[in-house]
Every structure is written in C-alpha cells, then in structure tokens.
Write a protein that binds this ligand. Structure first.
Ligand SMILES: [Zn+2]
Length: 129
C-alpha cells in the first residue's frame, strides 16, 4: 500500500495525486494557507476530494464540484462566496500555469504575489499577527 516512490496518495480516496492542479495541498499553499515548512507535513489530497474548497473553483476547465452540507456555498453569504471564488479560482489557474510552465518554477515562488509579499513582510518586521 505504501508505495511512496510513485507519488503522493490522496488521504481521502487513496488514489495518486498525479497533477499539480489536482492537489488540494498545493492550492492551499498557493493561497498562503499552508506555510512552506508545513508543505511536507500536511497530507496530500485531491482538490475534488475536498468539495468544501473545490466548489469555489469556477473555471470551464474545472468540472464543477458541489459541497452539500453546512459548507455548501449556496448557503453562505453571497459576498463572501464571490470573493472566495475569485481568490480560489485565481490560485487554481496559477497551479495550471505553474504545471505547464516551460521552465521549472521554484516552489518558493508558487504562492500568489500578495501572499509572497506578506510572507516577506512577516520575515522583515517582527510585527504581531
Ligand atoms: Zn482523492
């Protein structure tokens, strides 16, 4: 079962997470929700295996995902949903772009520009929060 050399297995469905843009972990990394030092500690997971997050990707290249239950975006504040869709879709398109980049992009440059700016600021001034 533990065949790590073949890639990372989704902790939800047990299948391999084959592509960067299928990865829920890397999407959260691009969003700045996972720090670089946490990247190899967090379990890997398909984006579609986390409907609560996947439902916010709105792109014709991405099969729409529904998340019935308390996290269903249809039951959430429309303004929150609009902002979250914009953000998560942008991050997902970035993953697609990174995966098809003709030159390899260093993993430290994966996150969205505003995330990198915030992290850099965090390292500079030891501010609270
Ligand atoms: Zn999965």
């Amino acid at each position: 079962m533990a065949r790590c050399e073949e890639g990372y297995l989704c902790h939800v469905c047990g299948q391999e997470v084959e592509h960067l843009w299928e990865s829920e972990l890397y999407l959260r990394y691009v969003l700045g929700w996972v720090r670089p030092e946490q990247l190899h500690q967090e379990p890997e997971c398909h984006l579609r295996c986390n409907p609560a997050l996947a439902q916010f990707v709105v792109d014709e290249e991405f099969p729409p995902v529904e998340a019935p239950g308390p996290f269903d975006k249809r039951g959430l504040d429309p303004e929150f949903v609009r902002q979250r869709e914009q953000l998560v879709t942008r991050a997902w398109r970035r993953l697609r772009q990174l995966a098809s980049s003709p030159r390899p992009v260093p993993i430290t440059e994966y996150p969205l520009p505003e995330v990198l700016a915030r992290w850099t600021a965090d390292q500079g001034g030891k501010s609270v929060g």
